[in-house]
Design a protein around this ligand. Sequence first.
Ligand code: FES
Length: 166
Amino acid sequence: MNDSKDVPAENNSEEVDRRGFFSKIFMFVGLIGGYGAFGLTALRYLYPAKAAPKSWMFVSDLPSFNKGKSISYKSPSGQKITITRMSDEGKVEDFIALSSVCPHLGCQVHWEANNDRFFCPCHNGVFDAVGKPKEGPPAEANQELPKYKLMVEKNLLFIEVNEALI
Ligand code: FES
């Protein structure tokens, strides 16, 4: 018979010592893992991650983007942007690129060409043509529409946006 009663007391205590040893190892590894995860989380708050990498994306050629025209642009990372041509000098200053997301609570704003303003239907927020708040909760909190950098090169318009996360 292979019963534990038949095992000499010396072997039985070796097995108990081995189990105790492994349980201490597992407990130690668990503690290291738990404190390590806590430490990494704390470090992320102390040293925030780097800003997302940005890149220049093609928007349009200048001749087909007429003065007064406004287009909706969605970046590869999902940023919703309204790009408007306000003058006809052929320079980057002709254009403005503003976030289409209301800084109040994140609703979609849209350009009203007849009123020369951006309007947020959620709480009647109003922004002027350069994204300054004029009415509603964004004006009370002085929340502008975020701007994006633009560049004109060889008669082509480009916008700087966050790269898509893979
Ligand atoms: S979400 Fe735009 S005004 Fe409230």
